[in-house]
Design a protein around this ligand. Structure first.
Ligand SMILES: [Zn+2]
Ligand SMILES: [Zn+2]
Length: 124
């Protein structure tokens, strides 16, 4: 599979039996349908998101991105992921693309995010 954004090869990475694809170039993450929910609930899963958020930000501005999974052309649509995040979503296979840094931000979004940040500071 090729990265829908920078077209580098994507590597399979596995955590607790869930396999997702990570770009060897921009370090974006591809989640097939359901994988995001599974991994979002796993502690420490943000370790998969090892790219630079600054680079992710640059790639986040791209438009007209083809789904890396669907053979016939399906354009990914932008979707709000909470906390001002914009992720790409395929309307056909329901896969999602997160630029580097976005999965970490996604995991710690929501009303508990400030509490979690405080907690991690207290326990650091
Ligand atoms: Zn890439
Ligand atoms: Zn698709």
């Amino acid at each position: 599979m090729k990265c829908p954004k920078c077209h580098a090869a994507m590597d399979s990475v596995r955590l607790h039996g869930v396999e997702i694809d990570r770009c060897s170039g921009c370090k974006g993450l591809w989640f097939d349908n359901g994988e995001l929910d599974t991994l979002g609930a796993i502690r420490d899963s943000e370790m998969l998101d090892l790219g630079s958020a600054a680079i992710g930000n640059i790639f986040n501005g791209q438009h007209d991105i083809d789904c890396p999974r669907c053979d016939d052309i399906a354009l990914l649509t932008k979707q709000l992921g909470g906390s001002g995040l914009t992720v790409e979503h395929c309307p056909q296979c329901q896969g999602k693309f997160f630029d580097a840094g976005e999965f970490t931000a996604y995991k710690y979004r929501g009303p508990l995010a400030p509490l979690r940040t405080l907690y991690s500071r207290l326990t650091a």
